[in-house]
Design a binder for this molecule. Structure first.
Ligand code: PMP
Length: 365
């Protein structure tokens, strides 16, 4: 293994399992038995068909996806989903999209939906500075809702739902971009789940959409082909050339989750352990570290906190880098520190960060 790898706390594109990178490296001049790499082969070739089928099968196994849900591999990132969702699921103009806003990405999703027609904000965490989740009784759905959109993990604020909001039968649509595959999910409770891969599932370039079959019928025929989920569904995600290399890496990552980690129950256990290490330091050093998220809303994936001053924050980041702890600066919109500890972040990386946090607090209190 390369010795000069650092611990990469980037929010995405983010750390990948070393074994996946090594496999990709080995396969780059030629897939075993094929003689060319995935980068060079037709998406309609038998070896690539095997890869995309395997990626889907792995996702189905990991998440126990019921047979009436379709799995699509799309491009355009999660941002394109912000538009495709209202275009497909609320096109009849009779029903109103509902949005639960727990942070920046939910607001971005809303901004795109507004361009397609009327929307309803069912809950907005703005008055709490997006540091918490709604109480069930405070969510206010409109009559005749087309769907309810929420962001299971707000990557910037570090706020994560730990169960699904109750929607009383309204299709639930989830942006799971930054916590996809971090834990098991009751897929049957959702109308649709989508996630760009570049945080927990692979590289940038592919976005996974898991959609309940009956919702496909809602897309109007006059949508541009790419923007209609049916085009992709009817063509096994090959209506146009899919992002073949990204899907190949996603196949390797999902295989790693199944074979090396042992499934999403185990992954969740590890993720709980890793995030708890950092939240424990924040709690133990109260008054020095200021965690952004409410305790009940803390993310397993993005741990966000501030230091007492900009000078201390700068020194914290510099000293972290000396320990090979990198990409810890928070998003420019909220500042502070953000440690993204996705599935592939090794436990040792988190241990090392926790130790740095304790020592830095002791030295600078
Ligand atoms: N939703 C969430 C929760 C995200 O974290 C991101 C990316 N940071 C996006 C959507 C946008 O994804 P993309 O850049 O792939 O469009």
């Amino acid at each position: 293994m390369m010795t000069d790898r650092v611990f990469n706390f980037s929010a995405g594109p983010a750390v990948l399992p070393v074994s996946v990178l090594e496999q990709a490296q080995r396969d780059l001049l030629g897939l075993p038995g094929v003689g060319i790499s995935v980068l060079e082969m037709s998406h309609r070739s038998a070896p690539f068909e095997a890869i995309i089928e395997s990626a889907e099968a792995n996702l189905r196994r990991l998440l126990n996806i019921p047979s009436n849900y379709r799995v699509l591999f799309l491009q355009g990132g999660s941002r394109l989903q912000f538009s495709m969702i209202p275009m497909n699921l609320a096109a009849d103009g009779q029903r109103t999209p509902n949005y639960i806003l727990t942070g920046s990405w939910g607001k971005n999703a809303l901004q795109e939906a507004v361009k397609q027609g009327d929307v309803h904000v069912a809950w907005d965490g703005k008055s709490h500075n997006y540091n918490c989740l709604p109480d069930a009784e405070d969510i206010d759905y409109s009559d005749n809702a087309a769907y309810v959109h929420f962001t299971s993990n707000e990557t910037i604020q570090g706020v994560q739902f730990n169960s699904e909001p109750e929607t009383n039968g309204i299709p639930l649509v989830c942006d799971a971009s930054s916590d996809f595959l971090c834990r098991p999910l009751p897929v049957e409770r959702y109308g649709m789940i989508y996630a760009c891969a570049q945080k927990n599932a692979g590289p940038a370039g592919v976005t996974v959409v898991i959609i309940r079959e009956d919702l496909l019928a809602r897309g109007p025929d006059n949508l541009p082909g790419y923007l209609n989920y049916r085009s992709h569904n009817d063509n096994q995600s090959m209506w146009n050339t899919p992002p073949t290399f990204a899907i190949y890496i996603l196949d390797l990552v999902t295989r790693w989750l199944l074979d090396d980690i042992g499934g999403l129950d185990h992954m969740l256990e590890i993720n709980r352990r890793k995030s708890q290490m950092l939240y424990q330091v924040i709690d133990d050093c109260e008054g020095f570290y200021d965690g952004h998220a409410d305790r009940e809303s803390r993310s397993l994936m993005n741990v966000t906190f501030r230091l007492p001053s900009d000078e201390l924050q700068k020194a914290f980041l510099e000293q972290a880098a000396e320990r090979k702890l990198c990409e810890l600066k928070g998003h420019r919109s909220v500042g502070g520190i953000r440690a993204s500890i996705y599935n592939a972040m090794p436990v040792e990386g988190v241990e090392s960060l926790a130790e740095h946090m304790r020592q830095f607090s002791t030295a600078n209190r």
